[in-house]
Design a protein. Structure first.
Length: 179
């Protein structure tokens, strides 16, 4: 275990089970369709890759980069689109893949943006839901895991661009981000 991790919340095996369940859910939802799966970079990239590989549904892939935190543990304000899609969502079934929903602002902004761009449908799947931190009335259509109000890293989630490559998800020691 990385010395900066207080404790492991989800092992790589538990995460793999959650991803498989999410893929099966998405396959049922999109049976007979070809959705556009969008990864919200960078945090969701591990989940996104594992999810679309586990799906049996033919999907098209695209990516967006949205920033809310800017190397801190506190929100920097309204989520900013750093990198936009290269594919049109007009008349498409869109599956947005996110790493975590806490305040809900990013999911709210993405849902509004994609709907306004003319998507036929918008569905969101997230690896982690942290409802205790919710500041807007929104929730993902599918969440693999609910998490407590702790600062978590690993499997794509970071602190100051570190810890993303951990194969598990753990609670970061407070002294690391309170320095």
């Amino acid at each position: 275990m990385n010395e900066d991790i207080q404790r492991i919340l989800f092992t790589k095996e538990q995460i793999a089970e959650g991803v498989q369940a999410a893929a099966a859910w998405a396959d049922r939802l999109y049976e007979g369709k070809k959705p556009l799966a969008i990864s919200v970079l960078r945090g969701s990239v591990m989940f996104f890759c594992d999810l679309v590989r586990a799906m049996k549904t033919d999907v098209q892939l695209d990516f967006m980069m949205v920033s809310s935190y800017e190397n801190s543990t506190e929100r920097s304000g309204m989520p900013k689109i750093i990198m936009d899609l290269s594919t049109s969502v007009r008349d498409r079934d869109v599956l947005l893949v996110e790493d975590i929903v806490d305040s809900g602002y990013t999911l709210q902004r993405m849902r509004k943006l994609i709907t306004e761009r003319g998507a036929k449908s918008f569905t969101s799947v997230v690896l982690f839901d942290k409802p205790v931190r919710r500041q807007v009335d929104i929730k993902a259509d599918y969440s693999c895991f609910h998490v407590e109000d702790k600062f978590i890293v690993g499997y794509g989630l970071d602190y100051a661009q570190k810890y993303r490559n951990l194969p598990y998800v753990g609670v970061l020691k407070p002294e690391i981000y309170n320095e």
